[in-house]
Design a protein around this ligand. Sequence first.
Ligand SMILES: [Zn+2]
Length: 486
Amino acid sequence: MLLEGKVWTFDGKPPRDAAVRVDGERVVAVGAVEELRARYPAARRVRCEWITPGLHDAHVHPLQWGLALEALDLRGVDDPDRVARLVARRAAALPPGRWILGGGYVFDGYPDRRRLDEAAPDHPVFLRSRDLHAAWANLRALQRAGVDRRTPDPKGGRILRDGSGEPTGYLLERAADLVAQALPPPGKDQLLAGLADLARRGFVAVHAMGEPPEATAWIRELAAAQALPLRVAWTLPAARPGAWAPGSSPGGLHVFGVKFFADGALTSRTAWMLEPYPEGGRGLPLDDPREADEAVAEVLRRGLVPVWHAIGTRAVREVLNLIDRLEARGLPARRRFRIEHVQHVSDDDLPRLAGLALSVQPQHAEDDRAALGRLHPAQRRAAYRWGEFAALPGARLLLGSDAPVAEPDPPRALRLAQRPPLAGARGLDLEAALAAYVHTPAAVLGWTSEDAPWGRVEAGAYAALTLWERGRPVARVWRGGLEALG
Ligand SMILES: [Zn+2]
């Protein structure tokens, strides 16, 4: 096929009107439209506004996304009563005893389980907050999980309790795992469903962030069966990394990193902050970076990338301190580390981010906008500084959605990356925003220097491309074919 339009090559030259000749799974020529038409007169011509290297979502949870596609969608709901009504409607349609799952709500407080008990007395109900750092469960769900007044708080989590010590049904951080462990196990089907949905949105690759340990076996099976609908860069969970070896397989799987969590999230007040929250507390460390030197040194020695979730100002600072300590030992931490979210950065720490791979999710800024002023006014100016990151020497910016926390929505992510919804926040220019979506995510994985490079449109490149009209992906080139997007 011969693709014609404005081509963003990311080979050091500016975007230009050109044609791209794709033969099988390779780009074989990029050049002037008339010249390539003359050279390939029989080629099928496809015209579109932009042609770019294929889209990456640099931070997704594909298994959770697959599950979210099946579950009650509570995004945008901030009223527990409305959630209870939606649960009651689902209960009426499901046989008693079946789990009602859902997620996406943001509440101001921590409601107790009574409203859910009334809405679904015969069904266990388990609902996750939008940021995935808290959950709301009813009595049936707690009973199935064996959680009662005698259950101690797990490490890194809290079971909220009433005056008499009974669990209220609201669970923070790793306390939610107590109920999650009692759920019918998800499987390969949900993982594949999540990946297939991302492919249908125009992505050619995703960076999967810290799926549960058993999912590593499923993704290996899917790759071995040549069933992956896009290329998958995979991180192993820090707690149970399992088989450690990094590397790419012909089925499109690249195991590259180990995922750590320095802290929680803002809307659950578990992001680890330098300043206290208005109601007290400063959030909490999960995988505490102050104690992670040996674990992370081992990750580096095994050739894997330490990938650190860090949202609060304190979490970001402690990850930077960890990097400095490892560098002082002669380990290549600055070149290899990745920090995910980097949502709140104090002025003192901003210059320390130079040279790092920084993975940001512009849609979170819009979703958090209202919460920011209320939950942590002291940190508002420290929030969502990716426009400033881009100006740091050597910083490598990556764009993602964090699905299911936000919907994978390329036009929205691109728009917000350029115009952050927070007063005073600096955005990226279009080329920098696109680079963070289609080029740099391939570069940080080393894919731009493979035999058939990704992340560039040039002769010899692998033909994983996204075609656009008016800022919206409309088709992708994948495995030698052109797929129109729904
Ligand atoms: Zn995430």
